[in-house]
Write a new protein. Structure first.
Length: 517
């Protein structure tokens, strides 16, 4: 009711003139102005409330909400962090609770988990939902906190001792945000009032119905009316609604990563990124490529920014089109558990962005036991010979060949300083549908996030060969071409095994590739 909002602001402004430092008055003025989309005016009162009452968590929360609405995310993060330090564990719970954003099955599992598991789940969830993983700021999480502030302040009822965050309207507000339109029927007599929240979405509009069923001011999904069942079903099935404040048009990129021995005790990660050639026509003279790593607990431990010049990139032709290729290397210490690498290519001037998530283990390539690097499927050079550039799109035509390379480490040397080993390679159908892309969100939230694992190959191979070789070193690097004329269109797994003939140790690796017409 806009006239009620205006009258409320008028009375609180009078109260503010009588007591310019009263926390409740300043906080209410800041909050009420947010409903008029007057965020700067709201911040004038909110920041004054913080200055007059620096230990008021409510003042910091309202400022955090207003800064979020104003898209000043760094200041919002600071205000929310300060507020949480001032709050008790019990008061922080509604802000840490992500259950309104989960599906019913996930919600039940989440709510029955221990506090420690909930914290771990939260960290994974927000990392998965971060629209800008290359930055420290998670805008989606800040929007969630802002919605909880609104639910708490707007929907709490002291008369009935009800927290706003425990209501049906709060669940809708936190999942979908404020409605695009509100309809009212105040009812009369023994008929309680109705409030209808209307939302617009990509799949069409939908309504949520709230009824003062017991005539006590508690507007909830009605129990004795079919509108209640419909509303609860929509709340559980319609995806959470959030739009990044700067709308970037998405496009696709392809990535391959190969691990090899790095300097000292590090592992070298070789990256190759395929970018659609059509992006070359962008307004940007340079592009920003961000590479971010999260550990198994979704803590960010590495972030790099690489500037690309489109005109300097190699061009390749694949059956799926024409691509630009960027290749680069990073070195880092091995990780005991799996990691997630997120690669973002951002074209700021064109407001376009591509994001890929890639799970992997950063393996130990040093040590003393036999180890095998990742298989590199490589691009051919201009003469058709094997280059050293990792192929970002292992997609090949029928009746052709492809190049590969690998490295074997810690081979046993005999008394003559020679190592002897047997290389065996085979091409078979994949054992399972595994395209080296990240696990689903459900698996992530259920602690099932893992890197790709390769089972021992079974079944008759399409191509198989075994070669015995010698080298005057404990580390060998081999490259070869494999003729794939016998293969028809489809997806295949290349398996490589190296056996150290001096001690019988064996190491194996595999790589997926596709043959197209």
């Amino acid at each position: 009711f806009s006239e009620h909002l205006a009258k409320s602001i008028e009375y609180f402004e009078k109260a503010c003139r009588l007591s310019r430092k009263d926390e409740e008055t300043l906080v209410n003025l800041a909050f009420l102005h947010s409903f008029r989309q007057m965020h700067q005016t709201g911040l004038k009162y909110g920041t004054r409330a913080v200055m007059c009452n620096p230990r008021s968590s409510k003042a910091h929360l309202v400022c955090g909400m207003l800064y979020t609405e104003n898209k000043d995310f760094q200041k919002a993060e600071k205000e929310f962090s300060t507020a949480f330090l001032l709050m008790s564990e019990e008061d922080r719970k509604p802000y840490e609770d992500i259950s309104p954003l989960l599906s019913p099955d996930e919600r039940d599992l989440y709510l029955s988990s221990s506090s420690m598991k909930k914290q771990d789940w939260n960290r994974r969830f927000w990392a998965e939902c971060d629209p800008t993983p290359a930055t420290e700021t998670n805008e989606r999480r800040l929007e969630h906190l802002a919605r909880v502030v609104i639910a708490d302040l707007a929907l709490s009822d002291e008369r009935r001792d009800v927290k706003g965050t425990d209501t049906d309207r709060s669940a809708a507000l936190i999942r979908f945000g404020l409605p695009d339109k509100k309809l009212y029927d105040l009812g009369g007599g023994t008929s309680g009032g109705w409030i209808v929240w209307q939302y617009e979405g990509p799949g069409g509009s939908f309504n949520l119905y709230f009824n003062d069923e017991f005539l006590n001011g508690d507007y909830h999904f009605p129990i004795s009316d079919s509108y209640g069942e419909v509303s609860r079903n929509l709340l559980n099935t319609v995806p959470q609604r959030y739009e990044y404040p700067i709308e970037f048009a998405p496009f696709s990129i392809s990535i391959q990563i190969a691990e090899r021995r790095g300097t000292e005790d590090r592992t070298r990660l070789e990256f190759s990124v395929a970018i659609p050639d059509s992006i070359r026509q962008s307004k940007s003279q340079s592009w920003d490529l961000y590479v971010t790593f999260f550990d198994s607990e979704w803590n960010r431990f590495s972030r790099d920014r690489i500037t690309l010049k489109p005109d300097s990139l190699q061009t390749i032709e694949k059956s799926s089109g024409r691509y630009l290729v960027s290749n680069f290397c990073l070195e880092m210490l091995p990780r005991a558990l799996g990691c997630t690498c997120i690669v973002e290519l951002v074209l700021d001037k064109d407001l376009r962005k591509a994001t890929r998530r890639y799970p992997l283990d950063i393996r130990e390539m040093h040590g003393t036991s036999l180890r095998l690097s990742d298989i590199k499927l490589m691009l051919p050079d201009s003469s058709g010979a094997c280059s050293t550039v990792l192929d970002p799109l292992p997609l090949y035509r029928e009746k052709g060949k492809f190049c590969l390379s690998y490295e074997a480490y810690n081979l046993r040397l005999d008394e003559n300083g020679e190592s002897r080993y047997r290389l065996t390679y085979s091409i078979r159908s994949p054992e399972h549908k595994d395209d080296q892309t990240p696990a689903s969100l459900r698996k992530t939230l259920s602690y099932m996030w893992s890197s790709v694992t390769v089972d021992k190959p079974t079944g008759k191979p399409y191509i198989e060969s075994s070669i015995e070789q010698r080298a005057h070193a404990s580390v060998v690097s081999d490259a070869l071409q494999i003729d794939i004329e016998a293969l028809q269109s489809g997806t295949y797994m290349l398996y490589i095994s190296v056996e150290d003939l001096a001690n019988g140790a064996v190491a194996s690796e595999s790589r997926l590739f596709t043959i197209s017409e």
